[in-house]
Design a protein around this ligand. Sequence first.
Ligand SMILES: Cc1cc2nc3c(=O)[nH]c(=O)nc-3n(C[C@H](O)[C@H](O)[C@H](O)COP(=O)(O)O)c2cc1C
Length: 216
Amino acid sequence: MSDINKKISSERRDFDYGTLDESNVPESPKQLFEAWFKEALDKMVMEPYAFHIATVSKDNIPSTRVVYLRSIEENGFVFFTNYKGKKGQDISYNPNVCANFFWAEKERQIRIYGVAEKIDSEFSDAYFANRPRESQLGAWASHQSEELENHKELTDRLTELDLKYKDQEVPRPPHWGGYIIKPNYYEFWQGRAKRLHDRITYKKQNDSWQIKRVNP
Ligand SMILES: Cc1cc2nc3c(=O)[nH]c(=O)nc-3n(C[C@H](O)[C@H](O)[C@H](O)COP(=O)(O)O)c2cc1C
């Protein structure tokens, strides 16, 4: 066995940071999400806003990538991206997505199933207007997920755009904006000792949430 495989197969980590009990979780999963999110911020976990989002393509191939959470709304979680990129194309075909937050320092993950929808253009405009100019130009310059000849092609495009919008506000590209993930299922995972982890799930049923514990 190679050294790297020896290491991979022998490394063990026990979890003992906290517990999660169905007898004292809130009725609303959003409330629990926010409480955990706040604790992640307080604990200064690495990249608390980053989460994986999984989509499935038209030809049934699943893929994931990391994006940043940019807003928690009453009805869901917002991230921003290029609507014409791979994930945008996947979502336009199949809006069912899965999001996964992993906060290693808290030994927690939250899995969310939901439906992704484009947010109102006014919301995207407002967010875009507050982005640094470089990021605004980048949203025009990057033809997300398309093949690129080399890095120079991208920096050249950025230079052209910088000139084009010299002394002007950069408008939001119509193909760039936010999605809201409207959840219908949550799973809160808290690592426990001896692999006896806590997993509490919330399944949406009409206007309420059914809470269950599942095996680790
Ligand atoms: C920490 C981190 C944060 C990221 N945040 C975003 C984001 O908010 N929006 C985005 O479109 N891509 C973001 N990316 C890049 C995506 O992971 C991905 O490469 C890109 O969106 C293209 O994905 P796609 O080809 O599946 O559409 C981020 C990557 C990392 C590692």
